[in-house]
Design a binder for this molecule. Structure first.
Ligand SMILES: Nc1nc2c(ncn2[C@@H]2O[C@H](COP(=O)(O)OP(=O)(O)OP(=O)(O)O)[C@@H](O)[C@H]2O)c(=O)[nH]1
Length: 205
């Protein structure tokens, strides 16, 4: 199980399969340099960063799913730790950014859909909702995708969101972290943070 988190009121977490570009995205969001690319699965503990002010924490959780050279049981442990962390802190986590690889996500989902199997990304998306954390899907590596709209519509369909994707812009954010093109994600996250603040106010007024 992970160590304790910094004591902050609000948190945004990043989750995603290994190698989808989480570290690259963290670098874009925070300006810090992270260990990217070389060794999949290097992040085993949550990394916490202040974001948009001292009362805000952005947490990078370990990548889960297939990692070359990492045994199945270890991969399962990592995923369980991620799920437990989110569950334990769900009350303070306002947004869960699920990072996926836009080029491969639909194929991977389709390959792992079956009577006894739920693909990691689909499972994570629904899990976040179940524990009351707003999911925002950061569809990364869009620079590698030619038929963007079609791909995003397919992804919506797999997540149970009625296409066209354009009506889900608070949930589906196409980005290219490597190119520094993450406006759609910032917009979506900001939207949910404003909503959450409004909810807080409703408690008092
Ligand atoms: N084309 C393209 N490649 C990207 C983009 N973002 C990340 N990558 C590449 O994808 C690979 C994985 O990126 P990382 O940021 O290390 O991925 P990660 O999800 O942190 O990986 P783990 O450490 O395994 O969890 C690297 O080769 C990146 O350069 C993007 O927007 N477009």
């Amino acid at each position: 199980m992970f160590d304790s988190r910094p004591d902050r009121d609000a948190e945004v977490v990043l989750v995603g399969r290994s190698n989808v570009g989480k570290s690259t995205l963290m670098r874009e969001l925070t300006g810090h340099t992270f260990d990217t690319g070389q060794r999949p699965g290097v992040t085993r503990e949550p990394n916490h960063y202040d974001w948009a002010g001292p009362d805000f924490v952005l947490t990078d959780l370990p990548g889960f799913g297939f990692m070359k050279g990492v045994p199945e049981d270890v991969r399962e442990e990592i995923k369980t730790d991620v799920v437990r962390y989110v569950e334990a802190n769900a009350e303070k986590i306002l947004v869960g950014i699920l990072v996926v690889d836009g080029k491969s996500v639909v194929d991977i989902i389709d390959r792992h859909s079956g009577p006894d199997e739920i693909p990691h990304d689909v499972e994570m998306f629904h899990f976040l909702r179940e524990v009351g954390v707003e999911p925002v899907v950061a569809v990364n590596k869009m620079d590698k995708v030619d038929d963007g709209d079609e791909r995003l519509d397919d992804l919506c369909d797999r997540l149970g969101l009625h296409p066209p994707w354009q009506q889900w812009q608070e949930t589906i954010a196409p980005i290219s972290a490597k190119r520094g093109n993450i406006d759609a994600l910032n917009e979506a996250v900001r939207h949910h943070l404003h909503e959450a603040q409004r909810d807080d106010l409703f408690q008092f007024f």
